[in-house]
Design a protein around this ligand. Structure first.
Ligand code: HEM
Length: 184
């Protein structure tokens, strides 16, 4: 029974963590776009995004990560035989990438606060797809475990990435067309 409690909070923590990561990088997109606005809008918007990012990272995203990891450790202490499973080893590798991504976002946030914008809004949009791909593969591994059909998983992930690339190209074209129409 305790195991199910840990698993439930592991999943809840992971939903909170991802909600925070997705929204944080979306705020980076708006933050970068604010740079193109005239004053005083630019300063007001940037100050507001900075505050929102700081609170989101500190109050939602990082606690979400901590709950996910602590509950995962509790699951493994309750069921240590899982540590022998191949799917878990693969999952841990991907979670390490996800944790590195989390701290990288924290670094970007601090740089934005010092008015250093290293990426365009379009690049931030693409960056936001990194956790999407990780989410897909980690959940597939957690659900299918050792019986994950590798060929299908690679095909599903590949099609997903391709679909996202096509969607973003079309969206960029659509935005470009709209801004040209607005100017004429
Ligand atoms: C510290 C890293 C993590 C470890 C050690 C870990 C470990 C585990 C373990 C031991 C289970 C229980 C498996 C079972 O009962 O059969 C589990 C379930 C699950 N984990 Fe994780 N996990 C980690 C991070 C994550 C992350 C980042 C996600 C989401 C992207 C995630 C998604 C899930 C899901 C959806 C389940 C439920 C699977 C099911 O019951 O079918 N985990 N995890």
């Amino acid at each position: 029974m305790t195991y199910f409690w840990f698993k439930s909070f592991h999943i809840i923590g992971m939903v909170v963590w991802f909600a925070g990561l997705f929204y944080l990088v979306r705020l980076f997109v708006y933050h970068a776009e604010a740079e193109e606005k005239p004053e005083p809008a630019r300063s007001i918007l940037k100050e507001q995004y900075e505050l929102m990012e700081k609170r989101l990272y500190g109050i939602i995203t990082t606690p979400g990560m901590v709950v996910t990891v602590v509950m995962a450790i509790a699951l493994l202490i309750t069921e240590p035989s899982l540590l022998k499973d191949m799917w878990l080893h693969l999952k841990l590798g991907l979670v390490a990438v996800l944790i590195a991504y989390h701290f990288y976002c924290g670094r970007i946030m601090r740089q934005l606060a010092t008015h250093k914008i290293m990426f365009t809004s379009q690049q931030f949009r693409s960056l936001n797809e990194v956790p999407t791909v990780l989410l897909l593969v980690i959940v597939l591994l957690a659900v299918f475990k050792n019986s994950l059909p590798l060929n299908t998983a690679v095909a599903v992930t590949g099609s997903f990435i391709l679909g996202m690339i096509i969607f973003f190209q079309l969206y960029a074209l659509h935005r470009q067309k709209n801004s040209q129409q607005a100017m004429s």
